[in-house]
Design a binder for this molecule. Sequence first.
Ligand code: HEM
Length: 447
Amino acid sequence: MTTTASLPPGPTLHPIHQGLRFAFRAASFFEECAHRYGDCFTLRLPVGVPVVMFTAPDAVREIFTGDEEDLRAGAANVVLRPLLGPNSLLFLDGARHARERRLMLPPFHGERMLAYGDAMRTITDRAIERWPLGRPLAIQPEMQAITLDVILRTVFGLEGEELGRLRDLLRRWIGLGTNPLWLWPRLQVDLGALSPWGRLLRIRREIDTLLFAAIAQRRAAAAPERADVLSLLVAARDEDGAPMSDEELRDEMMTLLVAGHETTATALAWAFHHVLADPDILAALREELGLVVGAGPLSPTHIGKLTYLDATVKETLRLSPVLSEVGRRLERPMRIGGQELPAGIAVGPCIYLVHRRPDLWPDPERFDPTRFLGTRPSPYEFLPFGGGVRRCIGMAFALYEMKVVLAQVLLRLELRLAPGYRMKLVRRSITLAPSRGMPVIAAPRAA
Ligand code: HEM
């Protein structure tokens, strides 16, 4: 019988020490593990079960194409449950996951994105107008303000005062919720309105009230012309003709918000980091924008023609994946990557390390968008959005939004990295982000 004692070797540090390195020194921690243990190693973190990490494409394929009943992502994600609610797609497995995913996929279909493009560009324009010129500006929070508004408009379908109220509450909730220590269940205790977790819960209740009101409004007045994701989900029916309940809708809206806005904002901050660090890449992007968009304005139909921009976005997600790994919990003993593994542990591709394998990506630390020109990498070698039946449902949305925002900022502004800035990779909640919000200096573009 295989037991957790016979798992592949990994760091021997105390779990709390492993947890701290995972949370605060992720890059060096992963790199040391790959260097010392090779294609697979076991992490023992203070939260959850041991996790066996894999970096070889064959093992990634086995994990992504395995039976959903055996490899459960919902069970592996549970640490986030108190933040999002029990009905979130992220925590469901098996038939319930499949039902909910079928209901949620249509609004995220590639073609629909075109309808959201104008909103994405307008929101970016409004944000740019507020940016100070000539002095350091942390780009990550600015990107997050854009991606939050994009979700509130296109996913929640909110406008005006309603949008403002929910935005204020969500900002407070997100501000409190991004500390990685909240992933530790022992700290999730309500000690009243003045305690941090207690405050988080109370803001969450206020958010719920607003969300339930928005859901009730959509149910009461069906408006077929509305293209926002919430309206589409309220109208969606499963194969038995049943709609989603209010609680399901609330938890899924919070899931889309949490899964969708900080990830995209951080990916955008990484994109600016890489592009501004290399004048040739910046020049190539500007040249393409000049040829395709000309005197403008940028329109959703331009995006499909911007192939170097597309490659830049993908290379950003390769070299700087926002999520360093995904997990699956084993329901039965299995052999993965040549290792016999017991039921009850978790396995996961380490996205960060797969994307840095020199046998897959020559000179892996070099940022080079041309790697993605005219090629389609294997889903087991390039996996910033995870894979298999759990692959990110917002993938097309995120790629599209990144391209619209990057293009619009580059069309309107000259940006450069703030002098003296030395980027360190840090964790914000579960994401990997550039330190200090990635300061840049903006100036208007000469006509
Ligand atoms: C650059 C931005 C993004 C990145 C890097 C990203 C990455 C990921 C990853 C790695 C997963 C886990 C997949 C797995 O377990 O195999 C995931 C799942 C998910 N993402 Fe994203 N995501 C991004 C943007 C978005 C957006 C914009 C949305 C929606 C508006 C979204 C919604 C979701 C949802 C609902 C899931 C759960 C899917 C399931 O369990 O079936 N994500 N994402």
